[in-house]
Design a protein around this ligand. Structure first.
Ligand code: NAP
Length: 266
């Protein structure tokens, strides 16, 4: 059993499997108490019992379907009133591999409820308390699909681009208030995500697939290094920095009185 000092409570959504379950394990070993959220009560309880036994941390669970507005609101209420929360890992999410026209509108709606709306509402629930306490961090699990929307389903890519943009905006908003934010952009990770999204992981080239353990360890290393955006697979960070530099350079020219000359508007 560890004797680490308490570092507060980390809330991890989608902690029952995959990336979220690895975050739970790594954060407990870093000294966080945990609040684990997902729909599968049996998996959450088994993980909570194991991590509490192995790390000595307090591990609580909340069974909630974060695609359902009333269940998100109940969790928001709980988070708003818990001053021990120092970290929110917005990880719960689903993907899809079919094209938009081959998808059901209800499935796309469900994806947006989970990947976008619940993430926004949970962030909104914890951020004011963190600001008031001058301490806290929010880790948002985006995807490389945020910058490669031609891959997979466009609604999925769009939902992850939202997560990236929200994180960039939150960094701008909260960086001087003692709050850290990070967006993590995983490539293909070997988790149940792929079966659920309609393509078995075995159908992907092995050379592009990372384990969730390596993904989370790299993401936490990026967090420790102060990164706002972490792309664990990207060999050369200068490539990302060039994209950011080009994006920011657009700024002074994105809003003018007159349309650009090429449109030949009088
Ligand atoms: P995963 O193993 O399928 O895990 C998804 C987690 O979200 C599970 O704990 C699941 O638990 C939970 N979840 C799903 N629907 C939910 C709902 N309606 N309400 C509450 N919880 C729900 O997949 P993963 O790869 O770890 O995915 C984690 C995150 O990484 C997602 O946001 C995903 O978009 C992102 N990501 C994954 C990959 C990849 O290649 N795997 C790549 C880039 C980004 P329950 O089923 O028990 O609810």
């Amino acid at each position: 059993m560890t004797t680490l000092n308490k570092t507060g409570t980390a809330v991890i959504t989608g902690a029952s499997t995959g990336i979220g379950a690895i975050y739970a394990e790594r954060l407990a070993r870093r000294g966080y108490d945990l609040l684990l959220v997902a729909r599968s009560a049996d998996k959450l309880d088994a993980l909570a019992t194991k991590l509490a036994r192995e790390t000595g941390r307090a591990v609580a669970t909340v069974t909630a379907d974060l695609s359902k507005a009333d269940e998100v609101r109940a969790l928001e209420q709980r988070l708003r009133n818990d001053a021990s929360i120092t970290l929110l890992v917005n990880n719960a999410g689903v993907g899809a591999t079919a094209s938009l026209i081959d998808s059901s509108a209800d499935d796309l709606d469900h994806m947006l409820q989970l990947n976008v709306l619940s993430l926004t509402r949970l962030t909104h629930a914890v951020a004011p308390g963190m600001v008031a306490r001058g301490n806290g961090a929010i880790i948002n699990i985006s995807s490389i699909a945020a910058v490669a929307p031609e891959l997979l389903n466009g609604t999925y890519g769009g939902s992850k681009a939202y997560v990236l943009a929200l994180t960039q905006s939150l960094h701008h908003e909260l960086k001087d208030k003692g709050i850290r934010v990070q967006a993590v952009l995983p490539g293909a990770i070997a988790t149940p995500f792929w079966d659920r999204a309609g393509v078995p992981i075995s159908h992907l080239p092995a050379a592009i697939v990372m384990t969730p353990d390596n993904l989370v360890d790299a993401a936490l290393a990026g967090f420790d290094q102060g990164e706002v955006i972490t792309v664990p697979s990207l060999p050369d960070i200068a490539d990302w920095n060039r994209l950011e530099t080009a994006r920011l350079a657009l700024g002074p020219n994105l809003s003018h009185t007159k349309p650009a000359a090429r449109y030949q508007v009088a």
